[in-house]
Unconditional design. Structure first.
Lengths: 271, 271, 271
């Protein structure tokens, strides 16, 4: 399967090695549900996570960090204020940040907050098909709570438009993940259906993209690498797991054990 | 053992099948400690959970949902305001909601908030014996933090009174679980003592009751089914577990694997 | 290896037995990331945890508790107010409390809050080397987010000064843990490097110290016991674990199974 970008198994392994060598500090302003899991996933991969949300300290903390993750999963007004301060500080210092517009389309607060943040120059926006369709302006698009009601392929053309409009690399995740900067597109075919039965693995994908952006300047490569780390680890974990409880455990072990050989053997680029 | 209601293994399996077919959206306003676990338990069972608490969006979100779970485990004033808005919206739309009065009796804030919410027409109130005794007005009843100091049987008569006074189906959980609408009572004898060494399994029971209420109109059957899903999965998990860490993992796997045959073989109705 | 205090394997086992017999209520005002894990660790050990943070109820709740854990990991202004009320109430009632100054040195808010709390007579302060160096006033000390950039031995002399200045027993954790009241010092050599790949095990150590302080008046013995419970369980868990996901699970099982024989066989006192 030909790849339309410079993303490859080798590129993915190079990003992984850089994360392990440099252990970038990844600042997360994320939701209560996934804080523990995403911190553990970042640690298992080799990054150094921190969860810091107070409006009084986010600017100072961003300045210490190599990337920033903004996730609106359990939104409230004080957190929106902190997110805005943090993204401004990141932009001022050229620190890459990634937006996860959890549940955009479900409520006015979510849709407006996600749209406002999308205009603040994120390096990447990662969502499911429903969320990306909402952000791209598809009229009447509704999510089912925080789960997508649409296939990722349905959101590919809108994702390209959103990428061109915002300057972000846009990732639409689902059975197939698409990563696009509006011109080039990478399709990724790893993962396993049981992953949808574990809460917050989309949020974990976003966090791992944050780690990749901290060490890799080619944003398309960074985003595709971050998604691939999760999809590969999830796929390996699912093969060992009778259910979603086991999958979460084996996923962290697999992230810890992930290496260039496994990436070369398993990575499926193209659709 | 004769059952004094229409609850049975068959009824329980019918509720499970309906959850898996319809994947109801269950809106949770719950505590920080258990958000991840209860989301995972709902996903493992087959429901679609969302954790949404901002006062600006709870009304909109309730309107998308098939049921609502209110849990006061890590209470604060802004969350109480959101709980009140959400329960009003649920009642206006005839969306069933369940109350978990965590720690009622421990502090004035908890006791008063739980009592206020209990008067707002929940479909179900689920607590341990101490919490139900407090809500039923037993003078001087004190919980030990968030753990019960009393047997569930001690709270059975007060539970019946509370059910008649509020219109809710009341569930008192412990080694034996009792479910009552004030007239009929179901006793459930599944579960395992090691479950008390895992945090938030009472909260998980409440969340699974929320999923059952979303698909089953007979509330006594729905509540007994929700409690049975957890007790059966916990019992199966405990048999495979040398300690509470393993139990949490196997519990999610067992919820995912639960089927009519297992329910028929294991369910113990009656005391 | 000679021990310079009354801490010993026997003393450690006595503290463990007291926790299991008395099941002390440990009140935690802690961070969102670790609430679930630390509650589970306290339950697995035999204590009764509660997570309660609302400014309206912390005084009442402290009065029910046998110890208090204050952890500033995900700090914000309303939580600082609750922490101050809770520590005042604890001091007024002679209830021991332990401070975890997570990320002190990373931001002004954290450094100032940690320093303020350290002056409020905690029974124990537990941090990594960077945090203790910051609290002891080392000029220009910077943490890397919430992870230490220094060896625990670097912080030993400052830890002694901090102990004398505050009256707290100070614990610096790392590959070797040091516990000092400023005069006597205990070094503890259990644990495993993989523990650093699981989020919040430092916070878990602090919570277990809280449980030990609830039952043991000799604070040096209590703090060394709490750290030893975690280090021993983590070491046992790591031997069974291919990665950090497995380690978290086996750690809870090992805390549940910990006994006097294992403590006697494995405990390494001295450096």
């Amino acid at each position: 399967m030909p790849s339309p970008s410079s993303f490859s198994a080798d590129a993915c392994s190079t990003v992984l090695a850089a994360i392990r060598t440099r252990a970038p500090l990844v600042h997360n302003i994320t939701n209560y549900v996934v804080m523990n899991n995403t911190a553990n996933a970042l640690l298992a991969l080799g990054a150094s996570p921190a969860m810091v949300h107070a409006v009084e300290e986010v600017e100072e903390f961003v300045a210490l960090s190599q990337s920033l993750v903004i996730n609106i999963g359990t939104l409230s007004r004080p957190w929106v204020a902190a997110m805005e301060k943090a993204t401004d500080a990141a932009n001022a210092r050229h620190i890459p940040w990634v937006l996860d517009p959890v549940g955009a389309g479900a409520t006015t607060l979510r849709t407006e907050t996600a749209a406002d943040l999308a205009r603040q120059r994120p390096a990447c926006i990662r969502g499911n098909a429903s969320e990306i369709l909402v952000l791209a302006g598809a009229t009447g698009e509704k999510t089912k709570g925080v789960d997508s009601t649409r296939d990722s392929a349905d959101a590919l053309a809108p994702a390209r438009q959103l990428a061109l409009a915002t300057g972000a690399v846009v990732a639409v995740t689902g059975p197939i993940d698409y990563v696009t900067d509006g011109r080039q597109t990478v399709a990724l075919a790893n993962g396993h259906p049981l992953m949808a039965r574990v809460t917050g693995l989309g949020c974990t994908a976003t966090a791992l993209v944050g780690a990749a952006l901290a060490v890799e300047k080619d944003r398309l490569v960074a985003v595709a690498s971050g998604l691939s780390f999760l999809a590969l680890a999830g796929e390996i974990a699912a093969e060992r797991s009778p259910g979603p409880g086991s999958l979460q455990l084996h996923l962290l072990d697999a992230l810890h054990q992930l290496d260039a050989e496994t990436i070369a053997q398993r990575l499926k680029i193209g659709s």
